[in-house]
Design a protein around this ligand. Sequence first.
Ligand code: XMP
Length: 325
Amino acid sequence: MQSNVRPASMQRITTPELANAFIEEQVKLVREQVGDKKVLLALSGGVDSSVVAALLIKAIGKQLVCVHVNHGLMRKGESEDVIKVFGNALDANLIYVDATDRYLDLLAGVSEPERKRKIIGEEFIKIFDEESAKLEGISFLAQGTIYPDILESKGVKAHHNVGGLPEEMEMELVEPVKLLYKDEVRVVGEALGLPHHMVYRQPFPGPGLGVRCLGAITRDRLHALREADAILREEFDNNGLSHVWQYFVAVPDFKSVGVRDGKRYEGWPAIIRAVNTVDAMTATIEEIPYAILHKITDRITHEVEGINRVCLDLTPKPIGTIEWE
Ligand code: XMP
């Protein structure tokens, strides 16, 4: 197993050539470590687990078993993308679990944010356990650990990381990108042929839209949030704003009065939040041009059933955290 310390001599991976050399070396190391045994990976569709999946598919093909749990709190199109890229294009051994009903039933009526996070995290572990119990001959667990996770293992990310796996899953770990920084993981992902949007995807919290559908989650409001968020992302992409560090919609659990087709039309507000940061400890507000804000407002209020207002969150961190809850 590789050490957890990045050697001072290790070159920063900044080019496709350096990425290819890294990939070649890791393919060899993984094959040596794993032999003809099977490896299990929780594939969320985030950058780190996706790059590890692509790397392991290259190294050991069908000996890798990927489990993607759709908790029903993914952004629009994300689970479909995982199936398209890994199940279809890369022909991975992919187990897709649609746990939407299970999660939304458990979360019904729960409004306290940390309780919501706990339910989402614990359910993930249960489902992952259930799925791995159905499989035979799994000897290794792959993880998308990256170097900042090792350096800050007691920091924000570890605390937040609800996608973590149970400690009692005592399998030897396969962590091929554990000595890399995020930017290097992205260069490696592109060299492995993963789509640009997957590799450069903005950070997305483990509990997903669950912490953006504020208060107790309902299916109709979650649906409205997902559609509004998809419009925001599309407009950011189309208007050269996809470099912004994190941009999303949150929908609170109260309605305001509106009017549509001459009739009273009550709906939820969609709150836009777009921030830039280096380490997520502090964040500044992206100044979105008004013309783009008008377009987004027009589209969300006309295209999304249940939303009748769009608000912009102008609060830096501190004082506001990036997520609303
Ligand atoms: P806050 O809201 O604390 O967020 O300013 C800082 C960064 O962490 C993300 N975040 C989470 N990530 N599980 C995660 O995996 C969580 O429960 C969680 N809560 C916040 C947030 O999106 C931002 O990038």
